[in-house]
Design a protein around this ligand. Sequence first.
Ligand code: GDP
Ligand code: CA
Length: 303
Amino acid sequence: MVLAGGLGGSRLALALAETIDPGELTIVGNVGDDVEILGLHVSPDLDTILYTLTGRLDEAKGWGRAGETWNTLETVAELGGESWFRLGDFDLGVHLVRTEALRRGEPLSAVTARIARALGLEPTLLPATDERLRTWLATPAGELPFQEWFVARGHRDGVDGVRFEGGEAARPAPGVIEALEAADLIAIAPSNPFVSVGPILAVAGIREALEGRAVPAVAVSPLIGGEAVRGPAGRMLAHLRGGTGPQHVTDCYKGLIDALVIDEADADAEAGVRTIVTRTLMEDAEGRRRVAEAVLESVAALR
Ligand code: GDP
Ligand code: CA
């Protein structure tokens, strides 16, 4: 099983799905980024996983759907509606179906499974929780909800702390703990440790299940040469953990991992845990295969 945010999460999930029997893979996704836009419930990280693993992702952007059009959003903007959060026409169909189901009382995990089946997703995709969990960032400009910080303000504000509203009360979605307990290997994707993996671990019982694991757990570092491939992870690690080496990634996962997959460019730095060194960029099938094999090798190495 793999714990996953959006881009880094879906890249590792795809890498594993291309390497093992995809039906044997369970992906637990982050919902701390979820947001209501124009009355619609948007789950950006779950959707990035859905789109990536069914060949629908806009790879250049790293989010949203390939071949997207923006007619609806243009109309919204014309009418003075909320248009800062980019919702494309294809994408909106998913949000409409999800929102209608949630309003009827269907749990997020159930509607996610329905959408996944309809789109042809082979692995099991579970939201970390069905309950409301929202990431907030403490910044010099005040505390900001995740998407206001990330999208509206382009994650330019420095982050002094992260809070998960609803985290303590949120119970794991059906199947999450069972999957953790039944897994042969637990992988933490190269997702942002603070705002993508953090909210998953904040759900009551998930961190404990990981701490009590009977099988190897391995994380893939989001850093290559001390820098994030994309997004604010590097800056956040520097500010919140004091640096951007493998050790600072390990520090985010104390007691939760037995090994860290790192890039060749970071191989000389201390990691504080067993490392598996490879090239970790997953921009093509070859890169994904390398990383998946490194992750899977850790099972044999750690047994
Ligand atoms: P988001 O939810 O879309 O922001 O994405 P995630 O949190 O899942 O992933 C973002 C992180 O993934 C960033 O810190 C990137 O450095 C990392 N990342 C993205 N692509 C790759 C990749 O190909 N290899 C590695 N090692 N990290 C990656
Ligand atoms: Ca995200």
